[in-house]
Design a protein around this ligand. Structure first.
Ligand SMILES: NC(=O)c1ccc[n+]([C@@H]2O[C@H](COP(=O)([O-])OP(=O)(O)OC[C@H]3O[C@@H](n4cnc5c(N)ncnc54)[C@H](O)[C@@H]3O)[C@@H](O)[C@H]2O)c1
Length: 385
């Protein structure tokens, strides 16, 4: 099989997971890493086993050995890096959010369509085998018509005022912190599982810590709390949000997101209540899927390839009892993307498991509608796509 060359721009927390995931595919050449400086690019390339290190994303994009550009930079660089890669005719795998605003994302959707290359956004929770099993169950009518979708996505890594990240600076992270960063995953999953679209929202947002201690110098995401020199800075973006949603079918929903909820590490929970059965998945126990019944005992399905639908089967790689996890789901998404790249032009559509640039654009639209709703005092607001 022809080797496909990948290059990663931004190798902080999530960038190395992009590299690990594509390396597992077996036919991807890890060509280059671009960092925030020449020194950082070289050092990260050594650490990740890439052949070359660059101090500028344009140099990586211009490298003829790089066919697929992965964008794992802080949010404010997403549009510039992706746009430059598309202009050079490179395939792009962008981490979420696709861009800082819906308008920017829409521009990238159009540029991608003109470039005629393969493009994707990493809504990676879709790659979990039990998420796919649940999606198939819902699509087949096994739980009846979805009436109510609820859950949360809670974390605690910004609990203290000594916790700081570029995600809290609107110039670098965008107008939203919790909603854009993790609420976007929840909304994507709700729509992916049900096949429904969120059309109206009512949001209530809070900044629990309006002042934080920002360390001098830069730190990568999820690094330990500040200990050295700090500046006390005002925080304007939300670290907690409660949202009511309406879907295009008439189904209702509610979710909360927070980065200041002690004890919740990466606690993404989603439940779809259908006319006959409820189905729930919890990221921190991702090898289990709960089915709630009225007239018989509830069930918990432990992930086991022999019990999955045929469509979910390709996303499970270990026998029952062998736990599959976050990185495996991430790799599943990459496998579906690279299958299409490897097959060559004309590129067939991506599997529905892969988030598209349109999905990335829709995520921005939903977050913007929630912010508008909250700023208006919590009024129902249509999501304008
Ligand atoms: N899909 C997921 O589950 C998931 C998880 C975490 C992060 N993310 C997304 O990935 C992106 C990165 O997040 P992170 O947590 O890895 O952040 P991070 O701060 O840990 O890493 C960002 C990296 O980009 C580098 N960088 C900064 N400017 C650069 C430049 N001009 N050129 C090249 N590199 C540059 C930084 O030095 C750092 O190493 C964000 O957009 C975030 O939303 C997605």
């Amino acid at each position: 099989m022809k080797q496909i060359g990948m290059g990663i721009v931004g190798a902080g927390f999530v960038g190395p997971h992009h590299v690990d995931a594509v390396r597992r595919l077996g036919y991807v050449d890890i060509v280059a890493v671009a960092g925030s400086s020449e020194e950082s690019g070289q050092q990260k390339a050594r650490l990740l086993g890439a052949r070359k290190g660059y101090g500028s994303y344009q140099a990586l994009i211009d490298d003829p050995d790089v066919h697929v550009v992965h964008n794992a930079t802080p949010n404010y660089l997403h549009a510039a890096v992706t746009s430059a890669a598309l202009a050079k005719g490179k395939h792009v795998v962008s981490d979420k959010p696709l861009a800082m605003t819906a308008a920017e994302s829409k521009r990238l959707v159009d540029e991608a369509s003109r470039a005629g290359v393969v493009t994707a956004v990493t809504f990676n929770y879709r790659g979990n085998p039990l998420v796919q099993h649940a999606r198939q169950q819902i699509a087949s009518g096994a739980i009846g018509t979805p009436r109510f979708v609820h859950g949360h996505y809670l974390q605690d890594w910004l609990l203290k005022d000594t916790d700081y990240s570029w995600r809290l600076d609107p110039a670098k992270g965008g107008q939203s912190s919790a909603l854009g960063d993790i609420g976007s995953h929840w909304c994507d999953l709700a729509q992916h599982l049900t096949g429904l679209r969120i059309i109206e929202v009512l949001g209530d947002i809070t900044t629990c810590l309006p002042k934080r201690k920002k360390p001098h110098g830069s730190r990568e995401a999820f690094a330990a709390a500040a200990t050295g020199e700090v500046d006390v800075v005002d925080i304007t973006v939300e670290d907690l949000a409660c949202v009511l949603v309406r879907f295009d079918s008439g189904a209702k929903g509610i979710f909360s997101v927070g980065q200041v909820c002690a004890g919740h590490k990466n606690d993404l929970v989603i439940e779809v209540c259908g006319a006959t059965t409820s189905i729930a998945w919890r990221q921190e126990h991702q090898n289990e899927l709960w089915f709630g019944h009225r007239d018989r005992a509830n069930e918990t399905l432990q992930k086991d390839p022999s019990l999955l639908t045929n469509e979910a089967l390709p996303y499970a790689h270990l026998p029952g009892g062998h736990q599959e996890a976050w990185a495996d789901a991430f790799c599943n998404v990459m496998r579906d993307i690279y299958d299409v790249v490897a097959a060559g032009p004309p590129f067939r559509p991506l599997s529905p498991v892969v988030g598209t640039f349109e999905d990335g654009y829709r995520a921005n639209c939903i977050v913007e509608a929630i912010l508008a709703s909250a700023r208006a005092g919590g009024v129902w607001t249509a999501v304008s796509y």
